[in-house]
Design a protein around this ligand. Structure first.
Ligand code: ADP
Ligand code: MG
Length: 685
């Protein structure tokens, strides 16, 4: 049966009567004293005992109780590190990095020695590392190399309630691993809601509650439906600031752009108020401390729901929105979009106000909206995104029948089939749904399947040197900046780099010029390029280069034959091709939807209008904009995308093409079904 371990209330007793604000406390106490003051410390022995006695334990505790920073250290102190590394996964990179930094400080070591972290394209660990924070994606990839994760003695899957795609896949895999390795300890931490579901999934394992101290939070709903949540949030925050004596404010916004606008607007509006007291407006990127006596207003995304602790919050302002990655069937790929939060998110947000004393939560939506329109829980990522990468990974782990993989919440069958179809068109799966040699090679790269394919096509066609640069440039966001008031200047600089037939070649051009300038930072600034981003590109490039070396893939340059480069881009993105329809107007070759060149594209407004183009991604604003575009030849499409297009297809109607595509897809699915039946029959024999 299932046991709920309730530890004693020692800690709660201890806390009574200490009305001191947490920030003052942090300032006065040493780091060691702070550690002993965390709720989890009061139950340390009991927790360690339960972990010793059970191979899987679910740990539940309020945000700030010490799960993320303390559990790893307790296991280390209890001797686990003598048997292997103690790993702790995070759904977010920022969290993995900042928490590793904090723990290395607590242990008085250098970040990257005993305590380190690993995120995609950045490994900050060494042979001494015994506590390793990482994204869940990293651990998932590690399981490719070492399916039993032998070099770990314990794994903490932190923030499991976030239900990221990688977490969900890891759940299925780790369930098997703990069955095989009785020495491994798995700890799943979660905010309150999902604990029992997790426990059931791993076979009714114990749930351990860290007794917390929470204070009541008064909730205020908006009386009317809010039109503009940024404006409403600014108004609400200022009202709090002017009406209430003290206490910091935490504002939840869906994304980075909204955060920027909110902060700007806050500054602006505050300046309009006569004799307004000062307010420290900050983003929780780094743990900033407001100057003494100043009220802090932190504007954050849902990262502040549970991942990052912001101490001393008394007021929460909740926009009611968050950004989610969702597969968009119309454009055939995932996109980040703003959605209403779930009730679970909303309550987590509210809880942030009751950590150090009674608090207040202002919801910028009506009570009716909360009850009728918000989902109880967020739909897990695995049920709403493209699964091509996961399929590739699981196939290479030998999971042949994905429909039988033990998912906690299985993805819709259509999603799985679509992802398999995508991999099949790329040539990563054969007609029977098994991994091809190309597919096997693609798995080695921590990239989206199309990008891995592009790299490998580069090797085949003799331009891997160039393609490697392009892929690295595509893996780093925001290379350009357009400072306010200098937009035209910045655009003019960007245009200087442009290669008329390709944004991909433009990227190559930028990187080459930067290399000629000995990777100078001054040169970046002068050309409105983010130096940090380009530096990252260089690191990414080096890491992909290392993988290519390990895989004995050759590095060759095509010199000035840039058509070859365009052909490689075509080989990876032929499924995202468009044909010229009118002046500056394109239609998607497969779906017939109109697509537009993004104004930042090198092909935009140049008077050069190629008949065929492929694009890297589609951004949806008022229209569908293609971002990062390259001109290609019609016959290339027929050659590399033979599953979609044929040479004499020019005359075929759109209907006809769609029919063909659907027929192809149906044939593939039937083949796969047959293959799976054969496998099944063989297994039963
Ligand atoms: P949980 O994972 O249970 O939410 P954490 O272990 O993240 O709790 O945090 C415990 C305490 O450690 C927090 O209350 C906070 O004061 C402190 N803390 C965590 N991360 C940092 C950091 N990067 N800088 C300063 N203090 C931190
Ligand atoms: Mg945590």
């Amino acid at each position: 049966g299932q046991t709920d371990y309730k530890a004693d209330q020692k800690f709660a007793e201890h806390m009574k009567g200490t009305g001191e604000a947490a920030s003052d406390f942090a300032r006065r106490k040493t780091i060691q004293e702070q550690r002993q003051f965390l709720p989890v410390f009061a139950v340390r022995e009991e927790l360690l005992r339960i972990i010793r006695e059970n191979s899987v334990v679910v740990v539940v505790g309020e945000t700030g109780s010490g799960k993320t920073t303390q559990l790893t250290q307790y296991l280390h102190e209890d001797g686990y590190s003598s048997r292997g590394v103690i790993g702790c996964t995070q759904p977010r990179r920022v969290a993995a990095m900042s928490v590793a930094k904090r723990v290395s400080d607590e242990m008085r070591t250098h970040l990257g020695d005993e305590v380190g972290y690993a995120i995609r394209f950045e490994d900050c660990t060494n042979e001494q590392t015994v506590i390793k924070y990482m994204t869940d994606g990293i651990l998932l990839r590690e399981s490719l190399r070492e399916s039993d994760l032998d070099h770990y003695s314990a794994i903490i899957m932190d923030e499991a309630h976030e239900r990221s795609l990688s977490t969900d896949v890891l759940f299925g895999l780790l369930r098997e691993v703990v069955a095989r390795r009785t020495d491994l300890r798995l700890i799943v931490t979660s905010a309150t809601m999902d604990a029992h579901k997790f426990s059931a999934f791993f076979g009714e394992v114990p749930v351990f509650n860290i007794p917390g101290r929470t204070f009541p939070v008064e909730t205020f709903f908006s009386r009317h439906v809010v039109e503009d949540y940024v404006e409403a949030a600014v108004k609400q925050s200022l009202q709090i600031h002017l009406q209430h004596e003290e206490g910091d404010v935490l504002v939840f916004m869906p994304g980075q752009e909204d955060i920027e606008v909110t902060c700007e607007l806050l500054v602006e509006k505050l300046a309009e108020i006569d004799n307004a007291p000062q307010l420290a407006i900050c983003r929780p990127k780094i743990f900033q401390r407001a100057p003494d006596g100043l009220r802090k207003c932190v504007v954050a995304t849902n990262i502040a729901e549970t991942s990052l602790t912001v101490d001393g919050i008394k007021y929460v302002v909740d926009s009611g929105y968050c950004k989610l990655k969702v597969f968009n069937p119309r454009v055939g790929m995932d996109g980040l979009q703003v959605y209403p939060v779930s009730q679970a998110n909303a309550n987590q947000r509210k809880g942030r106000a009751g950590r150090t004393g009674p608090g207040m939560c202002y919801r910028l939506y009506t009570e009716r909206q909360y009850k009728d329109e918000l989902l109880e829980c967020t739909v897990p990522e695995i049920q709403r995104t493209n699964l091509a990468n996961v399929v590739l990974l699981l196939k290479s782990l030998g999971v042949e029948d994905l429909l039988k993989f033990h998912f906690m919440d299985p993805p819709p069958q259509d999603n799985l089939l679509n992802s398999q179809y995508q991999l099949w068109t790329l040539g990563a799966l054969d007609n029977t749904g098994l991994l091809t040699q190309l597919g096997r090679a693609m798995v080695e790269f921590p990239l989206d399947p199309a990008l891995s394919k592009m790299l490998l096509a580069g090797v085949d066609m003799g331009c891997s040197e160039e393609i490697l640069t392009i892929v690295s440039m595509l893996s780093v966001p925001a290379l350009f900046y357009r400072p306010k008031g200098r937009e035209e200047e910045a655009d003019a600089m960007r245009e200087k780099f442009q290669v008329p037939e390709s944004d991909h070649l433009t990227f190559l051009n930028i990187y080459r010029q930067w290399r000629l300038q000995q990777y100078s930072s001054g040169w970046c600034t002068k050309h409105f390029l983010h130096f940090k981003a380009l530096k990252k590109v260089r690191e990414v490039r080096q890491q992909l280069h290392d993988i290519m070396d390990q895989q004995r893939l050759s590095m060759t340059s095509c010199g000035t034959d840039e058509d070859l480069v365009r052909k490689c881009v075509c080989a990876a993105y032929f499924h995202q091709a468009c044909r010229l329809k009118g002046i500056g107007e394109y239609v998607n070759l497969r779906t017939g939807t109109p697509c537009h060149l993004h104004p930042t594209s090198a092909l935009f407004g140049m008077g050069y209008t190629p008949d065929y183009i492929v694009y890297h991604e589609l951004v949806m604003t008022s229209k569908e904009y293609m971002q990062c575009v390259t001109a290609v030849e019609g016959n290339w499409l027929a050659e590399v995308g033979d599953k979609f297009y044929s040479v004499n297809e020019g005359g075929a109607s759109r209907m006809e093409k769609r029919r063909q595509a659907l027929a192809h897809k149906a044939a593939m699915e039937a083949e796969m079904d047959r293959a799976q039946d054969t496998l099944k029959a063989r297994a039963e024999e």
